[in-house]
Design a protein around this ligand. Sequence first.
Ligand code: PMP
Length: 433
Amino acid sequence: NSARYLANQVATESNARTYPRRLPVAVAAAYGPYLEDVDGNVFIDFLTGAGALPIGHSHPYVVEAVERQLRTHVHGLDLPTEIRWQFVERHRELLPERMRNRMKIHFCGPTGANAVEAAMKLCKAHTGRSTIVSFQGGFHGSTHGAMAVSGLVAPKEAVPGQLGGVHFFPYPYCLRCPLGLNPRSCETNCATLLRTSLHNDYGGVPRPAAIILELVQGEGGAVPATTSFVRTVAETAKELDIPLVVDEVQTGYGRTGTWWAFEQYDIEPDVILMSKAAGGIGLPVAAMMYDRRLDTWASGTHIGTFRGHQLAFAASVATLEVMRREDVLANVARQSRSALAELERIAVRHPSVLEVRGLGLMLGLEIGDPATGAPDGDRAARIQAEALRRGLIVEVGGHRSAVVRLLPPLNVTHTVVSAALRVLDEAIAEAEV
Ligand code: PMP
């Protein structure tokens, strides 16, 4: 039956479909960490809406809160509402205390890319500057502007005439050192290049309106930035009065073990972008929190009919309540530690796993040729297919699509993680023969 649904999609939907090509599953139902297809097969879902489901699918407490909101009112445009207020308050409480009074919130539209667009405009309007600094391998979304600041080249190549005004700098993806240096000496090189280029007026890089950074590159292949790199980026931004925008669309809401990944780098960004998990059980919403000194743009500079959705607010508030009640951050730390240890054991057994990476429950296995180190996207795709055949959904991404990515729900149990990693181990073995 899945095949029938997929054939219908091929016949009626655009060629830009991505997931159904690699994950030929027609979804009938989903609950917690599980997804059921129309044939009754049950899968462990370690993709979870590309990281959009912090407590898995359709948590009953959250479903009830959304149903209640649905019966109350749904569309409020920009008008104040009770649930909107609660959303804002719960989000202020997610910030480190010293930042709470400094930050304002802006609802950007239903998806992460909208938050990226809004941040670029905010920073340009405030600084009067016209360029953006971004990083190689990063991903910020598929609208024209968000794609322009994304470093991942493959999707951009299909669209000629990308928007300009973006300067890309190398990101410390040390396994494949972007500067071609010995990875062991790489720790500070990317940072030094950025600092000297931005400080030197002969460097050819004008002072930008913003620097946009993922603290762990997600679509880029689960690549955490090194601490010294992030600190230097933040210091340089401060020295030159450049707003620092952290894109926490994927890393936010506890994914890396703290509410926001920036907390682990001990920096204070000027703008924080959020979406995905912001909608709790998968309702679309995107927002940015930013330093109130930047709030100089004119009214109407970033508007939209579905900016700030009441159902998503209700889902978010209820989800955050569950996360606090169940101390999900502690669970992320626990499950991350044991999963990383198990993945390292898997890597020892399978030489095609070149590296195990991640922060919190944003995990990745770099798949490549053990002799040459070349990335092997075909093998990663075979691992994904073998895992699916055995009942586990994982993501593939990164450079040459050679990184198998795991994004389990943050309240996942040890039993489910163990079952999933056993399947992954078998899938890697199968893909090796
Ligand atoms: N930023 C990051 C870091 C992302 O991972 C994504 C989505 N993968 C986006 C922005 C874009 O979000 P959306 O797909 O909701 O537009």
